[in-house]
Design a protein around this ligand. Structure first.
Ligand SMILES: NC(=O)c1ccc[n+]([C@@H]2O[C@H](COP(=O)([O-])OP(=O)(O)OC[C@H]3O[C@@H](n4cnc5c(N)ncnc54)[C@H](O)[C@@H]3O)[C@@H](O)[C@H]2O)c1
Ligand SMILES: O=C(O)C[C@H](O)C(=O)O
Length: 345
């Protein structure tokens, strides 16, 4: 039986909870209306990502778009008793309505890898999908922040930039390649080896999002741990091959979906906090950049009311990381150029 004293403590726990949420940018009274769109919402990433965005109190309107299957996903997710209104849109004819008024558009639309494939092997199909979705974004919600998940990210982000440039809507502050899963993996793997609580771990991951272009900076990891060089080498390799580890374990049934949904939800939440004026929101992302000579590069980015507020530098690197940085540049540049060429042909 519930006693009145128990209700009292429950009420104060809830109020403690809401002031905690308010400090973190989740105040219910002052939280602005925010529309988030998921393109590819019926897919392996799209479904759990839609659920996680439904759980986010910063979202007031959740728009779920796919070429098929979205009415069911939207009906399902809409029964979750949280703030946002959910609407499902299906097929190209409904894409405009899905996008109108968006603050953040998350794009996990496109085919995933099978064992033996590289992310670049997805280019032929996914480049066209991304090009047509970004054309619609430039028409229906040119001011939205775009979170690109579709692979190969090293090429799909430059494709998006070129599409927006052609439409006259490009704003480099609003386009992001989502590399959060690399950070999530680096944190998990580092915590395991360093024997530190994973929730306290931070590891920047820079470069791009494919194989050796993924460069975790374990020399900057916190809490610090004196790991041997061969352990750092192994951790680096495991982070770079994290996607392949999942593709092989799924044995033909796709690539990372659940951990990606988590990572995508984290990054979208950071974008929303930035839009809402929460200070010091910093995440790694693949963005237009002057950090190296490459036109796009992943590094820490400070998020704000207009998207990218500041692209942060690399900090000091170990010799091993400096070597990794030089090695990744030719591959990353060629993926960027491939995307630019495709968008302009
Ligand atoms: N950035 C990352 O870290 C990361 C991590 C994991 C996966 N990915 C990539 O995300 C993409 C999606 O992976 P998945 O496992 O969800 O694949 P999936 O096949 O399960 O889902 C993709 C969804 O996209 C939809 N789609 C296809 N064409 C579309 C279009 N024109 N408009 C809207 N939707 C469309 C499909 O109908 C499907 O529902 C892949 O390219 C994968 O490589 C990226
Ligand atoms: O590995 C893939 O193909 C999917 C994704 O890019 C990942 O890192 O898990």
């Amino acid at each position: 039986m519930i006693k009145p004293s128990m209700l009292g403590s429950l009420r104060s726990a809830v109020s403690r909870g809401s002031s905690h949420l308010a400090r973190r940018g989740y105040s219910s009274d002052s939280t602005p209306e925010r529309k988030v769109v998921v393109l590819g919402a019926a897919g392996g990433i799209g479904q759990p990502l839609s659920l996680l965005m439904k759980l986010n109190p910063l979202v007031s309107s959740l728009s779920l778009y796919d070429i098929a299957g979205t009415p069911g996903v939207a009906a399902d997710v809409s029964h979750v008793n949280t703030r946002s209104e959910v609407v499902g849109y299906q097929g190209e004819g409904e894409l405009g309505k899905a996008l109108e008024g968006a603050d953040v558009v998350i794009i996990p639309a496109g085919v995933p890898r099978k064992p033996g494939m590289t992310r670049d092997d997805l280019f032929n199909i996914n480049a066209g999908i991304v090009k047509s979705l970004c054309t619609a974004i430039s028409k229906y919600c040119p001011k939205a922040l775009v979170n690109m998940i579709s692979n190969p990210v090293n090429s799909t982000v430059p494709i998006a930039a070129e599409v927006f440039k052609k439409a006259g809507t490009y704003d480099e502050k609003r386009l992001f390649g989502v590399t959060t899963l690399d950070v999530v993996r680096a944190k998990t793997f580092y915590a395991g080896k360093a024997k530190v609580p994973v929730a306290e771990v931070n590891v920047p991951v820079v470069g791009g999002h494919a194989g050796i272009t993924i460069l975790p900076l374990f020399s900057q990891a916190t809490p610090q741990a004196n790991l041997d060089h061969d352990v750092i080498v192994a951790l680096t390799k495991r982070t770079q091959d994290g996607g392949t580890e999942v593709v092989e374990a799924k044995a033909g049934k796709g690539s990372a979906t659940l951990s990606m949904a988590y990572a995508g939800a984290l990054f979208a939440d950071a974008c929303l906090k930035g839009l809402n004026g929460v200070p010091d929101v910093v995440e790694c992302s693949f963005v237009q950049s002057n950090v190296t000579e490459l036109p796009f590069f992943a590094s820490k980015v400070r998020l704000g009311k207009n998207g990218v507020e500041e692209v942060l530098g690399l900090g000091s690197l170990s010799d091993f990381e400096k070597e990794g940085l030089e090695k990744l540049k030719p591959e990353l540049l060629s993926s960027i150029e491939k995307g630019i060429k495709f968008a302009n042909q």
